[in-house]
Design a binder for this molecule. Structure first.
Ligand code: MF3
Ligand code: CO
Length: 256
């Protein structure tokens, strides 16, 4: 069921989303070569809690048999890791890495969800372009995130833009509605046919999240039950914001 948020609910959504934006400001300042992904996770958890929010990914159950609840505040996925990398004291961030981070804050019963890919120090031109294209894919998609268009128009634009840049989108994971639940209807694939799917209406809150691979679209899941990597070992990037559909242009709630 697609939920339309009331004025009051939108205010609460904005608060949760602001926590996510502030958490990324802090992470962007503090991410450095030599740090572990566990240290990043600690920073994020402290930041969120200090802002009156709960890390919503911690303990999250994706609902697949045999997959344990997610153990951390952040998903941290480095280089050929696409999404859902689990923070670890053994995992050190190095100069030149591209580090995709995804996190969700729960505040006053509402969720805010965003992802960023950070470039650590200096990296290759190709890695830089991948990160830039992934971010731009989000902004291309939301050109259609308004009344008069359908979900398929957003999906189609993201997929076509990424393809035009010579990259692949991940097909097994998608964006989603968001609100009291982290994942609500509708699902928002990063590819698809224009003109299909539900119509967009004011009051919908959506997490739009291109996951882009430099090489082939195929992915693998590691034995930890979570980490998704590219099959061909090429790089991947992720960029996501929670947005609000309005009468006119969408509002991006997870950017300050
Ligand atoms: N935040 C992710 C998303 O963008 C969900 C990650 S699964 C979790 O939808 F278990 F880590 F929460
Ligand atoms: Co999401």
């Amino acid at each position: 069921m697609v939920t339309i948020k009331s004025k009051r609910e939108i205010e609460l959504m904005k608060e949760a989303c602001k926590v996510v934006a502030l958490t990324y400001q802090e992470l962007e300042k503090r991410i450095k070569p030599g740090m572990t992904t566990w240290e990043l996770d600690q920073i994020a958890e402290k930041t969120m809690r200090s802002l009156g929010a709960i890390p919503a990914e911690k303990g999250y159950n994706i609902g697949i048999k045999g997959v344990p609840p997610y153990p951390a505040t952040l998903c941290v996925s480095i280089n050929d890791e696409v999404i859902h990398g689990i923070p670890s004291k053994n995992k050190v961030i190095r100069e030149g890495d591209i580090v995709s981070i995804d996190t969700v804050a729960l505040k006053n019963g509402f969720n805010g969800d965003a992802a960023r890919t950070f470039i650590v120090g200096k990296t290759s031109k190709e890695a830089e372009r991948l990160v830039q294209v992934t971010k731009q894919a989000f902004f291309e998609g939301i050109k259609f995130a308004k009344p008069g268009y359908r979900i398929g128009d957003v999906s189609h634009r993201i997929g076509e833009y990424v393809r035009s840049q010579g990259y692949s989108v991940v097909r097994e994971f998608q964006g989603h509605g968001i609100g009291r639940e982290m994942h609500e209807d509708p699902g928002i694939p990063n590819y698809g046919k224009a003109g299909r799917g539900i119509r967009l209406e004011p009051g919908m809150t959506l997490a739009i999240e291109p996951m882009v691979i430099q090489g082939k679209p195929n992915i693998l899941q590691l034995d930890d039950g979570w980490t998704i990597i590219t099959e061909d070992g090429s790089l991947a990037a992720h960029y996501e914001n929670t947005i609000l559909i309005t009468e006119k242009e969408p509002e991006i709630l997870t950017i300050l």
